[in-house]
Ligand binder design. Structure first.
Ligand code: GTP
Length: 308
């Protein structure tokens, strides 16, 4: 079958004219007001949003990125080994009024970005509730075989926001989180040297995500790596890095475990993106329903599966 006619796991057919090769879906969740919409706007547009409105239900933004794969090098449209993908960012309202039906948006998830507000400690603690809610009601694309922390079977990223209004908390808590995150990646052998890993203690100085965006000096590389990892997992599983021989410490439901996924540096990337629209559509995909004995399986999650 010719490459442009191949369909696998929802891959969109490629047509001459630049239709995307495929798409991945990422939920952006966290309590109301932590800054999810601001973050999505920043990722999509490369600039801050002055007065974000509270999200009604869910808003979907789409980022268009290129991904290069060895298997595409000889037959891709561009001829340069890269093809285009859509990254859907599903910005879920954190307001309680949507609690009863927001699970309708948890369909065919490839990854999750959790956002919390450093000035509101409870927003970090409540990430566990978000994990549990998504794990128990969501359907997942390319789920991890053994389940993940809290039963969440897809890779995730945690972003701490509002460092400007909580510089004390930031310094008290995030430094060692970044160390742990760096250690993870280095042990994975994913990066030849730590210089290539943009894991710094949040934004430079005491600036916030918004301030950093205003000054156009935020580092988005970690987020882009996350996106590309999800593309690879879905469309090029044969190109996954070799599994790591070591595992996540057995703390699947603890805050510390979530902390260890704290990647918070950003850098400006060319804003290619574009559409943001209100989404009020529910799908009826098959639910992911793998049976797992969560505690033991979760504790053995391969780092390679959930890290960059
Ligand atoms: N000081 C500061 N304020 C921020 C930052 N990020 C977002 N905000 C503000 O926080 C408020 C809430 O931001 P949103 O992006 O709407 O938060 P949300 O998580 O999408 O909220 P919901 O739609 O209710 O779930 C807005 O007034 C933002 O301007 C930041 O880094 N620092």
């Amino acid at each position: 079958m010719p490459w442009w006619g191949r369909e696998r796991d929802g891959i969109e057919q490629i047509q001459s004219g630049g239709a995307p090769f495929g798409q991945i879906r990422i939920l952006v969740v966290g309590d109301s007001g932590v800054g999810k919409t601001s973050l999505v706007h920043l990722i999509l547009k490369g600039c801050s949003i002055a007065h974000p409105r509270p999200t009604v239900g869910c808003a979907v933004g789409v980022k268009h990125i290129s991904y290069g794969s060895a298997s595409m090098s000889s037959n891709n449209l561009k001829g340069d080994g890269e093809n285009d993908f859509f990254v859907e960012l599903w910005d879920i309202s954190g307001h309680d009024r949507y609690k009863d039906f927001r699970h309708l948006f948890y369909t065919q998830i490839n990854g999750v970005i959790f956002v919390h507000d450093l000035s509101q400690r409870r927003t970090k603690a409540s990430l566990q509730n978000w994990v549990a809610e998504i794990a128990s009601t969501g359907t997942f694309s390319v789920p991890l075989g053994s389940g993940g922390p809290g039963g969440l079977p897809v890779p995730y990223l945690i972003i701490a926001n509002k460092t400007d209004v909580s510089s004390n908390q930031r310094h008290a808590s995030s430094g060692n989180l970044v160390d742990v995150a760096r250690m993870w990646v280095e042990k994975q052998g994913l990066l030849p040297s730590s210089e290539e890993l943009p894991l710094i203690d949040s934004f430079p100085g005491s600036s916030s995500l918004l301030a950093a965006a205003k000054e156009a000096r935020y580092d988005k590389e970690a987020v882009m790596k996350f996106f590309k990892q999800l593309i690879r997992r879905r469309y090029f599983p044969d190109e996954q890095p070799a599994p790591s021989p070591w595992h996540v410490p057995p703390v699947p439901n603890s805050e510390e475990h979530l902390d260890s996924q704290f990647f918070s540096s950003f850098r400006v990337d060319k804003p290619v993106l574009h559409s943001q629209r209100t989404y009020a559509h529910s799908y009826s995909f098959q639910r992911f329903s793998e049976t797992r004995s969560s505690e033991s399986d979760s504790s053995k999650l391969e780092i390679a599966e959930i890290n960059y």
